[in-house]
Design a binder for this molecule. Structure first.
Ligand code: SF4
Length: 272
């Protein structure tokens, strides 16, 4: 029998001479994983002639579940959480892999990513390894509805566009649309969503109904009228607190988007 050795490696396969203790004593430190490849779907929507997975002798993929089960996905999230916490990592890379990962359904994929971002105590950067054929507009919209870190609001969704056709059709028939502002399982701040809708529809006025009578001045009295620049100054000077700040931010963004006037107050200010 001939023993084959690799001249450049000091240990014989399978590294029987590997001495972890002396390596550590010499200063070697292992580096914790920071990149996780999640095989979320075992099939592909193509059949490339050169594919080493689907076109070669090993056909074991035929016996694998098509999509990662919810149970396995939940356990993968928990294991990554455990690893990140145990090694105090500041960021990790998650790569959604296949087969073709986009076969797994946009809602399911965004649910998995939302779960990772909600649970993993580090920045979670996500990439998708895809053949690109399923990157439709709805899929792109779903995948780019990223959680938005805002220290006042927590982890929320962000408005990236307003589909006006349905809203305008309802308004044209006298129906008042009620819009639930959610994005990929995340809540979107309702004031931001209302400001975006008002701007997109070129509304002349936007009314924020609240549980407070309006913006209060230093003596606790309701300020009846304020210009946009004065609002900006009040916020910058620290004269506004709590949930009123994002509400004013949303109002300012509506005005910047073309709305003429923004009202903030309790429902008692609305008269028939
Ligand atoms: S796109 Fe990639 S995974 Fe799919 S069949 Fe072709 S080579 Fe295989």
């Amino acid at each position: 029998m001939t023993e084959v050795t690799i001249a450049t490696h000091p240990a014989r396969w399978p590294f029987q001479d590997l001495d972890i203790a002396s390596l550590r004593a010499a200063g070697y430190r292992s580096v914790p994983f920071r990149q996780f490849i999640l095989k979320v779907h075992s099939r592909c929507n193509l059949a490339c002639s050169y594919c080493y997975v689907y076109e070669m002798a090993d056909q074991a993929w035929r016996h694998l579940p098509r999509r990662m089960s919810d149970d396995v996905a939940a356990k993968a999230v928990e294991r990554i959480v455990e690893h990140v916490a145990g090694h105090s990592l500041s960021s990790v890379e998650i790569i959604l892999h296949g087969g073709e990962p986009l076969l797994a359904d946009a809602g399911w994929l965004t649910g998995l990513v939302d779960s990772l971002r909600a649970r993993v105590p580090a920045q979670v950067n996500v990439a998708v390894q895809t053949n690109g054929t399923l990157l439709t507009r709805p899929m792109l919209d779903a995948l780019t509805a990223e959680p938005w870190g805002d220290e006042r609001l927590g982890l929320v969704g962000r408005v990236t566009g307003v589909e006006q056709i349905g809203i305008r059709a309802m308004l044209a028939t006298g129906v008042v649309p009620v819009i639930a502002p959610t994005a990929s399982g995340l809540n979107v701040n309702a004031d931001n969503a209302a400001a975006a809708v008002a701007s997109a529809l070129r509304a002349s006025e936007l009314i924020f109904l609240s549980d407070v009578p309006g913006l209060l001045g230093p003596q606790g009295d309701v300020i009846r009228r304020l210009s946009a620049s004065a609002v900006t100054q009040m916020v910058a000077a620290g004269h506004v607190h709590g949930g009123m700040i994002p509400k004013l931010d949303a109002g300012l963004s509506a005005i910047a988007g073309g709305v003429w006037r923004v009202w903030i107050g309790a429902e008692t200010m609305v008269t028939a």
